[in-house]
Design a protein around this ligand. Structure first.
Ligand code: ATP
Ligand code: MG
Length: 257
């Protein structure tokens, strides 16, 4: 698969609220590969995720984003979603009044992936079973009163139904108990295919152990400062960021809890 089929980010600079958060990010996630993005709190991981999705609060001041052979730097979020980019939020928002079923139907319709009602319900029931989500959640309002882990599983349910070509998972593993983590990791693994790239943002080695990323990148102060194989994540798990970033990264605030 040529690299142009995946995601290519070049020298991306991004500001929000008048402050530069990303200061020249270079990153490629070819279709079919799983890449992990790690880095201390506040290093810009979620900012990168939101920028890739086209969130209007983040202004690209230079650089480019190419996806599936197209320059998407200036596309709106809905246009990017239609191209198959999916973001699982670090903090999924509640949408009272919109049920999980209706949300998913609308999301699929907006991406031209609508299924006949019966087929849709069959697919939804099957995916919910795989993710061990109680069928009663179909008629609950999206994320409204969901526990942290239920929200994260519901994000993976959306991904399973939408079948994106680039899945960005922003700390989908945070707050999951060990069983839920395995279910989510298995869910993502089952969806892996040669046409889909995955960018997993995480603080922990645990999920990477199960997902076996092709590459791990470290974001620090708005730049990718190191890239390597899965071993890099293990080093961080064992020794923190100091060996990679130097002593200033070892302050308690800079390290994941
Ligand atoms: N909308 C915003 N307004 C103001 N500041 C912002 C905004 N979004 C991000 N920032 C700032 O940008 C920096 C990077 O934040 P970001 O959420 O991208 O970090 P992160 O790497 O995802 O951290 P964490 O590991 O804690 O999730 C932080 O200092 C944050 O306060
Ligand atoms: Mg974040």
């Amino acid at each position: 698969m040529p690299r142009s089929e995946g995601l290519t980010v070049k020298n991306l600079r991004v500001t929000t609220a008048g402050k530069e958060i990303l200061s020249g990010v270079d990153l490629s996630v070819p279709a079919g590969e799983v890449h992990a993005l790690m880095g201390p709190n506040g290093s810009g991981k979620s900012t990168l995720a939101h920028t890739l999705m086209g969130h209007p609060a983040y202004t690209i001041t230079s650089g480019s984003i190419h996806f599936a052979g197209q320059d998407i730097t200036h596309l709106r979020a809905d246009q990017r979603a239609r191209l198959g980019i999916f973001l699982s939020f670090q903090y999924p928002v509640a949408v009272p009044g919109v049920t999980v079923v209706n949300f998913l139907r609308a999301a699929m319709r907006s991406q031209g992936k609508e299924l006949p009602a019966r087929e849709f319900m069959k697919a939804l029931t099957a995916e919910m079973e795989k993710l061990k989500i109680d069928p009663a959640f179909r008629s609950r309002y999206l994320n409204d009163g969901f526990s942290g882990g239920e929200k994260k599983r519901c994000e993976i349910l959306q991904m399973a139904m939408l079948k994106p070509r680039l899945a960005i998972l922003d700390e989908t593993d945070s707050g999951l108990d060990v069983d839920a983590l395995r279910i989510v990791a298995d869910g993502v693994s089952q969806l892996r295919n040669p046409d889909m790239g995955v960018l997993v943002i995480t603080h922990y080695y645990r999920i990477l152990e199960q997902l076996q990323p092709d590459y791990v990148h470290i974001l620090h102060a708005g730049k990718i400062v190191a890239s390597g194989e899965a071993e890099l994540a293990r080093t961080i798990e064992k020794s923190g960021y100091e060996p990679i970033l130097g002593p200033e990264a070892a302050s308690p605030e800079a390290l994941p809890v």
